[in-house]
Design a protein around this ligand. Structure first.
Ligand SMILES: Nc1ncnc2c1ncn2[C@@H]1O[C@H](COP(=O)(O)OP(=O)(O)OP(=O)(O)O)[C@@H](O)[C@H]1O
Length: 239
């Protein structure tokens, strides 16, 4: 059964259609990449899946249940975790405290469970040596890692990554990809919106292409990048 499914989801801002009857399904443990030109509606799609933006029509199913009208917190507690394109950690809390907030808020876990879980995530995301540093003092790669760690602290079954590799150097990007790959290998389903294609395709098994809110292709990365419609629209190549 699909862990996440969108069925004919549509959304407009006035005359601008950011989702035009979008449908796709994500299997448990699958890693799906989403690409598309600037303004195609990728972040809006994440906002609708996470509950930060209401759909105009269509349905969002999570674990088979209809969550279309559920608020963001309910979806987060149910297991839909996300990162934001621009990381905004609590600047005056330490890295560890930032994680504690994400892990403890609204959850019924004990203090011991929450602290152990956060310490473990700091190790997995390469942030353990930064645990006591203030969130506001981190460099870009570490802020991205913290964004990822905060999403993981909510214990997601589906992790939505919004352009997490953007702005990193080649080496930093490679390090982050390794971390994301290990999260995927541990069984967390991932939907990753990214412009850095080589990073994306080194992790995901399928790519979905959005253009003006419409899905213009979904399939294996090699097949998608060869598709005429995708090359014309996304890469600007005349074929
Ligand atoms: N709340 C809003 N009100 C009006 N227009 C919006 C709103 N949010 C987004 N838009 C517009 O909707 C379009 C899609 O935006 P969105 O951020 O979803 O695109 P994107 O594919 O994520 O782009 P990028 O790759 O640049 O991040 C853009 O033209 C954007 O300006």
């Amino acid at each position: 059964m699909a862990i996440l499914a969108l069925k004919d989801v549509s959304k407009s801002f006035g005359a601008l259609k950011v989702a035009d009857s979008v449908s796709f399904a994500l299997e448990e443990g699958e890693a799906l990449g989403i690409i598309g030109p600037n303004g195609a509606g990728k972040s809006s799609l994440f906002n609708m899946i996470a509950g930060n933006l209401r759909v105009d029509s269509g349905r969002i199913l999570y674990g088979g249940a209809d969550v279309t009208r559920q608020p963001p917190m309910a979806r987060c507690l149910a297991g839909i975790g996300r990162t934001f394109q621009i990381p905004q950690p609590f600047q005056h809390l330490t890295v560890f405290e930032n994680l504690l907030v994400a892990a403890a808020y609204g959850s019924r876990k004990t203090e011991k469970e929450v602290s152990e879980r956060c310490a473990n995530i700091l190790v997995r995301t390469g942030l353990i040596s930064r645990a006591n540093q203030l969130g506001g003092s981190l460099a870009l790669l570490e802020r991205k890692r913290l964004e990822l760690a905060r999403a993981l602290a909510t214990d997601p079954k589906v992790l939505l990554l919004d352009e997490i590799a953007g702005g990193l150097t080649e080496g930093e990007c490679g390090e982050l990809v390794e971390t994301i790959r290990s999260i995927s290998a541990a069984g967390t389903a991932i939907v990753w919106v990214e412009h850095v294609l080589h990073a994306l395709t080194s992790v995901v098994s399928r790519l979905l292409v959005l253009n003006f809110g419409k899905v213009i292709g979904i399939g294996q990365p090699a097949e998608i990048m060869e598709s005429k419609a995708v090359r014309q629209v996304y890469l600007g190549i005349d074929v």
